[in-house]
Design a protein around this ligand. Structure first.
Ligand code: THU
Length: 160
């Protein structure tokens, strides 16, 4: 028997420490929360994707009276981007969330299903997606979704 320890790397920033491009992407994610349809949870999530050509695509969570029919902000943004610009790799994703009291003080992290969908993009375009997770008190940066999804499953695993 042996124990396998896994390392993940998270960089923590104050908003002022971020460069202009990252601050812009985070601001776009914050703005995208205004497009959430979150009548049930009252939890408003925004995602902003940076595409390889420098353009930005946003998404917001979309809920439904039949709860499982809704979709997270991250997948809303990803599927919109991939539907409109499939030739463009997604190189970064910023996520922000607020409730009725305002933006969360701590960074929000994507749910498991969204992590798997981001992983599929990394696999599809053969490049990592840098992740920026917004909190009022601190921002997390990860250089790949693999830091949020260790022992991940991709297509290649089905072929041995
Ligand atoms: N939600 C997101 O959009 N992204 C996340 O990372 C976590 C959760 C949404 C789904 C649902 O509309 C609401 O937040 C409450 O779970």
């Amino acid at each position: 028997m042996r124990t396998i320890d896994l390392n993940i790397r998270i960089r923590e920033f104050a908003f002022d420490e971020m460069n202009e491009a990252d601050r812009y992407l985070l601001e776009q994610a914050k703005l995208a929360t205004n497009n959430a349809y979150a009548n049930y949870s009252k939890f408003y999530v925004g995602a902003a994707l940076l595409l390889a050509d420098g353009s930005v695509v946003i998404g917001a969570n979309q809920e439904n009276a039949a709860f499982p029919s809704g979709l997270c902000a991250e997948r809303s943004a990803i599927f919109a981007a991939q539907s409109q610009r499939p030739e463009q790799a997604v190189v970064a994703m910023a996520v922000a969330a607020r409730n009725e009291k305002g933006f969360l003080s701590q960074p929000i992290t994507p749910c498991g299903a969204c992590r798997q969908v981001v992983l599929e993009m990394e696999d599809r375009y053969k490049q990592p997606v840098r992740i920026l997770l917004y909190g009022e008190n601190r921002i997390f940066e990860l250089s790949s979704i693999k830091d949020l999804l260790p022992l991940s499953f991709v297509d290649a695993h089905m072929h041995g």
